[in-house]
Design a protein around this ligand. Structure first.
Ligand SMILES: [Zn+2]
Length: 425
């Protein structure tokens, strides 16, 4: 495998380290998919986010215990995604710290009791592909885009503790361990986000409303519509703090006020740009397929390291915005009652001159590195169940070739795990 060099270079920031952000404030980077922050108070510790697994949390706690032996009294979840809430029991160390989250804390990743059917199995299978669970480290799963590929998975999801206190106001000021903390509601990547403002030291813990990669406005594991406008508005809110340290849920903190201002402004502008360009195209009656190929960030944004498409992707965001506002129908009446995949495949193979000819075309496309066309042609053969084994081999090769070109880590992981799944089918 020869992963995209830009994606490989981005991984350097995920080397394990504990950074002192200010006296008594530390961040653990690279131990897990997400970061953990420790705030040392007079008689105890406040922990912001807790990693995705008990093993990762244990590794972080070992490092924190080299700095202080004060007990953890308060844990704050910035939001309910599993990679932030799953090491809480480790930081509790058998004690009973309070756990604080927003009053709308809840997500598809925390078991939500519902009388209605949910596509849990589909979500699980797609989550495995997005994060490359099952791929080997090094040149396969080089990264997840906002965290290291090489990280412990023992105890994934096992150390969750439910919130013992929730905040309902837009802004809540708390005194904990002699520290003054302001918790501010900040809907963005999820509706249940809160950010933590340490006013005395001008440090803003921003959760996943900022990280150094294009924002994940749509996750290919499958997500409900994420509110683009709310996320952009929240970036304005984050800008209003004039923070001197920005401590994100993933990737390295930014420790300079001017850099923070530039990054948050660009991040907001990138989301607003995707919205305005997509809306303009929609108003010209263009559909998601056309717009996904048309909308590109302007150069001054696209070249910023924190807007590279290592995690989120502009074309997927365009599709998500379309689906989230106008729904699945692209406006073309042809698509109101499309042929079934089997019917379409059978007819296209016939149009190509038969199955042998269609396979020949796919082989020719493969020899020309026309990987996407290989996928589309072989899908027809596989659906029609003709030359299936040869078509699968070609598809697997094309998926691996696309994975190596891909700068987007979830995309890379999805291609690679799908290739294995086809081989094992
Ligand atoms: Zn996260």
């Amino acid at each position: 495998m020869n992963p995209n060099p830009e994606l490989v270079a981005q991984c350097q920031q995920f080397q394990k380290q504990v950074i002192e952000l200010a006296p008594g404030v530390y961040g653990a980077i690279g131990f897990s998919a997400s970061n953990v922050y420790m705030l040392i108070g007079t008689d105890g510790l406040v922990i912001v986010d807790t990693t995705e697994s008990t093993r990762a949390a244990e590794n972080v706690l070992i490092e924190f215990r080299k700095i202080t032996d004060k007990p953890v009294k308060t844990i704050i979840f910035t939001h309910s995604h599993r990679d932030h809430i799953s090491g809480a029991t480790v930081f509790a160390e058998g004690g009973n710290p309070e756990v604080i989250a927003s009053d709308n804390f809840e997500s598809d990743l925390v078991e939500v009791k519902s009388p209605h059917p949910k596509p849990g199995k589909a979500l699980m299978a797609r989550t495995k592909r997005q994060f490359g669970m099952g791929l080997s480290f090094s040149d396969e799963r080089v990264s997840i885009g906002i965290g290291p590929g090489d990280r412990p998975m023992e105890g994934v999801g096992a150390g969750y503790m439910p919130p013992s206190m929730t905040v309902s106001d837009a802004r809540t000021t708390l005194q904990r361990c002699g520290l003054e903390l302001e918790l501010v509601k900040a809907p963005g990547e999820t509706p249940d986000h809160i950010v933590v403002w340490l006013a005395n030291q001008r440090i803003l813990f921003s959760g996943d409303n900022f990280y150094s990669a294009f924002p994940n406005l749509y996750a290919i594991r499958g997500t409900p519509y994420r509110d683009f406008n709310a996320w952009a508005d929240t970036l304005d809110l984050l800008l209003s703090f004039d923070s001197e340290v920005l401590a994100p849920g993933h990737t390295l903190p930014i420790t300079n006020a001017a850099d923070i201002k530039e990054a948050l402004t660009d991040y907001r502008d990138a989301i607003n740009y995707v919205v305005s360009e997509t809306v303009a195209g929609m108003n010209q009656q263009l559909g998601p397929d056309e717009l996904a190929h048309m909308v590109r960030l302007p150069e001054h944004l696209a070249n910023k390291p924190y807007l590279k498409e290592f995690y989120g992707k502009v074309s997927w965001s365009v599709r998500a915005y379309f689906a989230g506002t106008l729904g699945w129908f692209d406006g073309n009446p042809t698509n109101l009652a499309k042929l079934s995949p089997l019917d379409a495949a059978t007819r296209i193979i016939k149009l190509a001159g038969g199955a042998d000819k269609a396979l020949e075309n796919a082989q020719q496309a493969a020899s020309e590195n026309d990987h996407q066309w290989v996928l589309e042609l072989t899908d027809h053969l596989i659906v029609a169940n003709t030359h299936t084994d040869s078509a699968k081999l070609l598809k697997v090769s094309a998926l691996r070739a696309l994975a190596d070109i891909e700068i987007n880590a979830p995309g890379r992981n999805y291609y690679l795990l799908s290739a294995y799944e086809i081989e094992q089918s």
